[in-house]
Each structure stands twice: as structure tokens, then as C-alpha cells.
Design a protein around this ligand. Structure first.
Ligand SMILES: [Zn+2]
Ligand SMILES: [Zn+2]
Length: 352
């Protein structure tokens, strides 16, 4: 049995995210065995990264002993700018002791600090050229813990649907494309006759570029959301954004059918902003690469939607984007509260 380094009371094992955590019901602290931090907090909870990227401000012996091997725990201050958090780490087994609420602080401080790390390798020349031509962003640092199978599945699904659409078009010409658009595209004025189109429009794409662009953004932002919130919440956000995007279109145009996963992707962007506000992306502007906080990036993106709206040629369903984005933000605000700290807090309170 392990004992809390602070209270000397027995730690209670509880299962979280397939990991057995040791919780102290008296102080609300948690003990993470070596390696568990990187699973329950995410990659930012890996002590090896703190050293490599210079996140550690100070490290000195604490008054407590490791509950696993009895070594003197080190008091470690992690810092980014004025933001600091003090935790305890075992120099022997790399176990971590966190006080109540510190999981999210570690995550946010380490993530923010690594964005600035000189140890990071910038994407190479060809990515630069690709970014210059296409305007796509590249995440500076936001790895995932597991392969994002659901995101990959969605990428495959959207591609297959497009290929089928394309094959039908090749065989039967414009008539079939028109029919697909009529049957499965979303026309606000016909929602009562065709309620399924609220979802199906999000599976169709009008062309290769539309599809490839959406898939790229889906993968870049989707993998982290799936990793952080799990598949159920990811799907909730995805489909809420699809539907919200469709409904938002009622405000501007009731007669033209829309297609594309852009509403869903915009929802993922909104959710990403809420969940990872301190991540930065590389963007290429006027042939210069710069790092931009995701907050700015998304802000500019939202502004662009209004610019597109002002041009009003009807090519881009900007209102679908805004509706999806807003839904993503709201869903993530609601779903994103659940995390390590929320879980421990609940555990400690239920039995107290
Ligand atoms: Zn305790
Ligand atoms: Zn230890």
C-alpha cells in the first residue's frame, strides 16, 4: 500500500483513463507513478520533456518522501512567463505528486512553454512552400497520446463518399450530381421534407480542393480533440457543429443547397480554441514564417468569414462556418470541464 507523502494516510487506487491513480481523500492530492503523468495529463505531463525544453525554473529537495521507493521528492517549479506551478517529482521513479487542480495548470504551463522552446524543430522547406501556396497552418507542438482512429475514420469516410460521388458523376454525368445535391445537400427551405439533409450535407464535397482542405483541418485539429475528450464527446461536437452550421444557413439563404464538412471542421476549430488556447501554429505570411497563438489564428479566421460574407458571391457558405464554430465553442466549454482535476475533485467529494 502507498501512503500520501503529505498526510501519511493511505492512498486509494482509482481507475481513470485506463490508469490506476492513487488519490488521497484527505488532501485531494494525487500520486502518479512514473510514466502515468504522460497518459493522464497528456504529453505535457512527461517530466523528461520539462528538462529538454527548459520548462523547469527551479528544483530543490522537498520535505516529503516518494510513496513508492522512499526517495526524497524534489520540489519542482514549472514556469512560463509569469505563470508558475509547484509540484513534487521523484528523482528515482519519475512519479509525480499533484495537489488538487494542478493537473490542468501543468498541462497549460508546459504546453505554453514548449511553444517557445528553442529545441523544437521547425517544419522544413517544402512545408514552408506548401504553406506559402495554400495558407494552411501547422501546429507548433501538440502531440497526441494515441492514434486518433475516429479522426482517421472520418477522413476515410469523407474521401470514400467523395470518390463514389465522383465515380457516379463520371458514369452518369451532371444529372446524377444534381440529384445527389438535391437529395442530400442542405436546402434550408426544404428541411421539413428532407430532415436527413441536416447531417448528410456534411458528408458531401463539391470538389477536390474543398475535400482536401477540409480533411487537412479535420486531422490537424481533430486528433487533439479526440485525444483529450474521447470519441463520444468528439462525435457530439462534430455532429452538433454540422447541424448548427445547417441551421445557421437559414439566416442568409433558404433556397441554395449547401454541401461540405466545413461546418463540422469549423466546430472542431472552435473546440480546439477552448481546449488548447495556448498552442501556437506556424503560418506563412508574405513569405515569412511566424508563430501565432491559436487564439489569434481563429480570430482572424472568424474575421475572414465576415469578409467573405461582404463579397457575397455565395460561393462559400460562410454562415455555415460561423454556426459550426459557435457550436464547437459551446460544446467544448461544456464537455471540456471533465478532465483529471474534475475527476479527482469528484472522487474526493463523493466519499468525504
Ligand atoms: Zn494527502
Ligand atoms: Zn519514487
Amino acid at each position: 500500500m502507498k501512503f500520501c507523502p503529505c498526510c501519511a494516510l493511505p492512498l486509494e487506487p482509482v481507475l481513470y483513463d485506463q490508469v490506476e491513480l492513487d488519490i488521497c481523500r484527505s488532501c485531494g492530492g494525487v500520486w502518479l507513478d512514473g510514466g502515468e503523468g504522460a497518459i493522464v495529463i497528456g504529453p505535457a505531463g512527461d517530466p523528461r520533456l520539462w528538462e529538454r525544453h527548459g520548462v523547469i525554473l527551479r528544483e530543490e529537495p522537498s520535505e516529503h518522501l516518494c510513496p513508492v521507493d522512499g526517495a526524497v521528492l524534489a520540489e519542482v517549479i514549472l514556469r512560463h512567463g509569469r505563470d508558475e506551478v509547484t509540484i513534487e517529482v521523484c528523482p528515482e521513479c519519475r512519479g509525480i505528486r499533484l495537489d488538487a487542480g494542478e493537473g490542468a495548470r501543468v498541462q497549460s504551463i508546459v504546453t505554453a512553454a514548449i511553444q517557445e522552446s528553442p529545441q523544437l524543430q521547425e517544419p522544413g522547406f517544402w512545408s514552408f512552400m506548401l504553406q506559402a501556396v495554400s495558407g494552411i497552418p501547422i501546429e507548433v507542438w501538440n502531440p497526441v497520446r494515441r492514434r486518433p482512429w475516429l479522426t482517421i475514420g472520418l477522413v476515410v469516410t469523407l474521401t470514400v463518399v467523395f470518390l463514389v460521388e465522383f465515380a457516379l458523376h463520371l458514369s452518369f454525368g451532371d444529372a446524377i450530381t444534381e440529384r445527389i445535391l438535391h437529395q442530400f445537400g442542405y436546402t434550408p427551405g426544404r428541411v421539413w421534407e428532407q430532415p436527413w439533409t441536416l447531417v448528410t450535407y456534411g458528408m458531401l464535397h463539391g470538389g477536390w480542393l474543398h475535400l482536401v482542405g477540409n480533411i487537412y483541418f479535420l486531422y490537424v485539429f481533430g486528433d487533439n480533440i479526440e485525444d483529450r475528450l474521447g470519441r463520444k464527446s468528439f462525435l457530439t461536437i462534430y455532429f452538433m457543429a454540422v447541424i448548427a452550421g445547417a441551421l445557421a444557413q437559414h439566416l442568409v439563404d433558404k433556397d441554395t443547397p449547401v454541401v461540405g464538412a466545413s461546418g463540422a471542421i469549423a466546430g472542431l476549430m472552435g473546440a480546439y480554441l477552448v481546449l488548447f488556447p495556448r498552442v501556437k501554429v506556424y503560418v506563412v505570411l508574405l513569405m515569412a514564417r511566424l508563430k501565432m497563438r491559436v487564439l489569434w489564428y481563429m480570430g482572424i479566421w472568424v474575421g475572414m468569414q465576415f469578409l467573405i460574407a461582404a463579397q457575397a458571391d455565395g460561393e462559400v457558405a460562410w454562415m455555415v462556418h460561423l454556426g459550426g464554430f459557435f457550436a464547437g465553442v459551446m460544446c467544448a466549454l461544456f464537455l471540456g470541464r471533465r478532465g483529471l482535476d474534475f475527476f479527482i475533485d469528484k472522487q474526493v467529494r463523493t466519499k468525504a
